[in-house]
Ligand binder design. Structure first.
Ligand code: WTA
Length: 652
């Protein structure tokens, strides 16, 4: 999205909300930055601590900040036991709907019992505090149950999205050093069973730290169970007994709760590590501030729990608040293009937290689909994962929200733990602007810098940074503190570098403009171009590869790969197909390139650096631009020829 075309002056006033001037919001924000100790000491009271924090923030060793240093708590206790002991024991924690329409519900008490039983299974299998539990599951209730059971015994979960390939799973499991893997026989996609256990088996040939595998029966398809290693989830729980109880392990606030791998600018995914106390406080308050869910609400965040949005906003935030969350296993357009709207009507869903890609897809399907349903239960809408273009925003606002509902556009990242910039219906909403995530949350000291580290003037695009620590921030990168420091605090000391572009308008609203680094957002999924490039060059036919994002009307962005073949290989449709298959097995279907363009040469500087600007020009159909000023005087003729060749190949 270009900043020049943004509707800075378009304002919308959703009629179901009270819209204010923003003074109140500003006051809370200023207070949070002026007196962070007092502010967070007060907010921390929303959580049950076994031992309260002697100090809100230990900042003696930046950027390794320790929130609520010295405090002790357990996340499973906070999401389950305290509700079970109180008035919410029989309240629904989850309503789950499977791909085939089957529905399962769990009250807080039922969830508590099952979590205890699985925690007992973990204990019996020898999982101890600090041990990693790898998880490779579709969105079925056993997924949040596994996370909570892990947290209960002080383990560290490492969830790998179930759409990742065996190889990607192996890399992540290996890096985490997990002892246990929890997986399923399969999952359903468009009504058909899809293999999961097969992938896990292949991954475990490489990832050898795993000693035991717990397998949930989901599809009933035939799978191999390896004697001595694999156990069925149901049988293990039966053995643990129906009334097993496991004492929640007291954890230091800074102890890791989970690792979640995400793409960066190198080929190796980063193990983003989140702590326990700060993360939970952040999860709790960010959801309350932004969506302000009530005890009567049914709240639906559409994200897969394999990603950060699902971790924070399908598990830890809603359950620590004690609300009812809806979970959905599957495909948004199966069996028909009104699946979402049908579920919203049937379950009476009140809060819908969706994604720009889904909105654009539904836009394409047409408004007749939502219009078939009574959506009057909805009272607030949300979006996340990528910039929402103003057209999609307006469609969401008008067709789904009927111009009544606010749109909570939440900007944040795997690393930030929870929302960072978003409208806050729980504090004060300001007029909405289509495509702006509005203002930073309390404690978020956001700014926009130029490449010299100076704040940019209003209306000028720059790098989004955060200038103070906040409770939900990652604590480090798993086993790689140096990379943590370099990646996020290396550009400007003690300033958190987000890797995103942003611009502020003359009323101070923030507009997010996409990634400033080599990370793509494909249908909201974060994919590193370098990861894709290394996957491509690992194929015997490829000598060099360069991957760029190309704009896409539904997915926001799609990868396009430019590749050079090794001698002896000829371009062909079969080879292209094979390369696509290769990507699907090394990373996963989400990384499938939109096009593979075979060229003789890539545009490079004399020092061998790929000139991404030229690739971009090819993709957007822009003129090559001025190449006479190229650094280290690459051959202008050469670049021009390469550009022409790529252009022809792309549009062939
Ligand atoms: C992008 C997802 C614009 C951004 C929670 C960020 C967004 C990356 C928004 C993180 C939004 C996320 N508007 N862009 N509302 N939300 N992004 O780690 O580029 O999967 O850096 O976390 O998604 O992606 P991640």
């Amino acid at each position: 999205m270009s900043e020049a075309s943004l509707p800075f002056n378009d304002k919308f006033y959703p009629s179901a909300e009270k819209i204010g001037s923003g003074d109140k919001r500003k006051q809370v924000w200023e207070e949070s930055l002026k007196n962070p100790q007092e502010f967070w000491a007060e907010k921390a009271k929303a959580i049950d601590w076994f031992k309260p924090a002697p100090k809100v923030l230990d900042d003696s060793n930046p950027p390794f900040y320790k929130w609520f240093a010295g405090a002790e708590l357990n996340v499973s206790y906070n999401t389950l036991d305290r509700h079970v002991k109180g008035a919410k024991k029989n309240k629904l924690a989850y309503i789950w709907e499977g791909e085939m329409g089957e529905v399962r519900t769990y009250t807080y008490y039922q969830l508590y019992r099952e979590v205890n039983r699985l925690a007992k299974v973990f204990q019996d299998l020898g999982v101890k505090k600090g041990d990693r539990v790898a998880v490779y599951l579709p969105v079925i209730p056993e997924l949040p149950i596994t996370l909570l059971a892990t947290a209960r015994i002080g383990g560290v979960h490492a969830v790998v999205f179930s759409g990742f390939s065996a190889e990607a799973l192996a890399d992540r499991v290996n890096d985490s050093g997990a002892k246990i893997l929890v997986t399923a026989d399969g999952s359903f996609r468009r009504g058909k069973p899809v293999a999961i256990k097969d992938n896990a088996d292949r991954a475990l040939k490489i990832a050898t730290t795993v000693e035991k595998v717990i397998v949930v029966k989901r599809t009933g398809q035939a799978i191999q169970m390896q004697e001595g290693r694999d156990v069925w989830y149901d049988q293990a729980l039966a053995k643990a007994g129906s009334s097993a109880y496991v004492e929640p392990e007291p954890m230091q606030a800074s102890d890791p709760l989970f690792i979640l791998y995400t793409s960066g600018t190198t080929g190796k995914p980063k193990g983003v590590q989140h702590g326990t106390g700060g993360y939970l406080v952040w999860a709790y308050w960010t959801l309350k501030w932004a969506f302000n869910p009530t005890d009567e609400d049914i709240y639906w965040c559409v994200a897969d729990i394999g990603w950060i949005t699902g971790h924070t906003y399908n598990v830890y935030a809603p359950l620590s608040l004690g609300i009812t969350a809806f979970l959905f296993e599957g495909t948004p357009d199966y069996p028909a293009q009104d699946r979402w709207w049908d579920m919203i009507e049937r379950h009476g869903i009140n809060i819908l937290y969706g994604t720009p890609t889904a909105v654009r897809m539904f836009m394409k399907f047409g408004e007749q689909w939502p219009n078939k349903h009574n959506l009057s239960s909805l009272r607030i809408l949300g979006t996340v994962g990528e910039p929402i273009n103003p057209e999609a925003w307006k469609w969401y606002y008008t067709v789904i929200g009927k111009e009544k509902l606010a749109i909570i556009d939440t900007w944040w990242q795997t690393e930030t733990g929870g929302f960072m910039i978003a409208p806050l219906s729980g504090i004060e909403l300001t007029p909405q602007k289509p495509g702006s995530a509005t203002f930073p949350l309390p404690a978020v000291n956001a700014d926009i810098y130029d490449d010299k580290g100076q704040p940019v003037p209003t209306g000028t695009k720059g790098f989004l940074v955060v200038k103070s620590p906040w409770p939900g921030m990652l604590t480090t990168l798993w086993k790689d503190p140096e990379r943590f420091k370099q990646t996020y605090f290396g550009r400007w000391p003690n300033i958190y570098y987000t890797g995103d572009y942003a611009v502020r308008d003359n009323e101070g609203y923030f507009w997010l403009l996409g990634r400033a680094d080599e990370v793509l957002k494909v249908a909201g999924h974060r994919i590193g171009t370098v990861e894709l490039e290394s996957a491509l060059v690992s194929h015997p036919a490829i000598s060099e590869a360069a991957v760029m994002g190309k704009e896409d009307v539904v997915k926001g962005e799609v990868p396009v790969a430019f590749v050079v073949l090794r001698s002896g290989f000829q371009p062909s449709e079969d080879l292209r197909k094979e390369l696509v298959k290769h990507i699907r097995t090394t990373i996963g279907p989400i990384a499938t390139p939109d096009a593979i363009v075979i060229v003789n040469k890539l545009p490079k500087t004399r020092s061998g650096k790929i000139m991404r600007r030229i690739l971009k020009a090819v993709l957007v159909g822009a003129p090559i631009g001025d190449v006479s000023t190229l650094e280290d005087d690459a051959s202008v003729e050469d670049i021009k020829n390469t550009y022409e060749e790529m252009r022809k190949q792309l549009h062939k």
